[in-house]
Write a protein that binds this ligand. Structure first.
Ligand code: PXL
Length: 277
């Protein structure tokens, strides 16, 4: 059985980060270990008054215990991290738990729609650039890619700009950048990836839906990580992640009054199991 460890916060209400990654990667038939980086009463996107308990000092202790136990993972996947110090501690975790056989995925969660999430700073962006240099795959959206590369945010980019951004992201030191929130020339919506080892670009699109659904970046990164851990290639992992994310967006539309805080991914899990069979 494949085994993934995911390191990100647990937002107790409002579906994102661990409450998305854990059910999704488990549904893909993969054992999923977690390291919660913080506990929040809700996520920060649209709620006010949320609590935030920082768990940074627990992470090295969990890592030390796991080292004693001799645990190893097929993939290490990080999402939302709460502070620049935490990014450094996660870099130490990569050093201790990366092997020639496993791979590292960094979703550099920092913002969306051209804006940084609450609490993020330029110092955090600089630390995140360093973490990306240690990863095999990074999965930024357009906002995060702009922050990482220090370029202005634009919602839509030409195919040539997309390729330039992907090559720029590989220049941070990761092998395979995957860019989400990409629009196709035909008006589709999906993701693009670049293999710096072969120089190939890959794309996967579905129909565009003019609605932002919270947590879709976490869904995409979780599915991509799971598919890659199951041994699917870059092109197929991209396809499965785009298809499942689009399925969740469609499921969510129509329920939007209740679920502005997260997507209705649960009814789609059966389809995901089918995609990875
Ligand atoms: O979905 C990304 C995310 C993860 N974790 C927390 C967040 C967000 C986005 O707003 O607030 C706590």
């Amino acid at each position: 059985m494949k085994k993934v460890v995911t390191i990100q916060d647990i937002s107790c209400f409002g579906k994102c980060s661990l409450t998305v990654a854990l059910p999704i990667i488990s549904a893909m038939g993969i054992e999923t270990a977690v390291i919660p980086t913080a506990v929040l009463s809700t996520h920060t996107g649209g709620f006010t008054g949320y609590t935030f308990r920082d768990l940074t000092s627990d992470i090295p202790q969990i890592a030390a215990h796991w080292k004693n136990l001799g645990l190893s993972f097929d993939a290490v996947y990080t999402g939302y991290l709460g502070s620049p110090e935490q990014v450094q501690i996660v870099a130490d975790f990569f050093r201790d738990f990366s092997t020639p056989e496993n791979f590292i995925v960094v979703d550099p969660v920092m913002g969306d729609n051209g804006k940084m999430y609450a609490g993020f700073t330029e110092e955090f962006v600089a630390q995140m650039r360093r973490l990306c240099s240690l990863a095999d795959h990074i999965i930024p959206n357009m906002t995060e890619a702009s922050l990482l590369l220090g370029i202005p945010y634009k919602e839509e980019r030409s195919p040539e700009e997309i390729r330039e951004i992907l090559v720029g992201l590989a220049g941070l030191g990761c092998k395979t950048p995957v860019l989400t929130g990409v629009r196709s020339e035909e008006g589709g919506h999906g993701a693009a990836a670049y293999s710096s080892e072969t120089g190939e670009f890959f794309y996967a699109f579905r129909e565009h839906v003019d609605q932002t659904v919270h947590g879709t970046g976490d869904i995409f990164a979780s599915v991509f990580t799971g598919a890659a851990a199951l041994g699917k290639g870059l092109e197929q992992s991209l396809r499965i992640a785009v298809d499942f994310t689009a399925d969740c967006v469609h499921e969510t539309i129509g329920h939007f009054d209740e679920v502005w805080y997260g997507s209705c991914f649960e009814p789609c899990l059966g389809k995901l199991i089918g995609y990875v069979k």
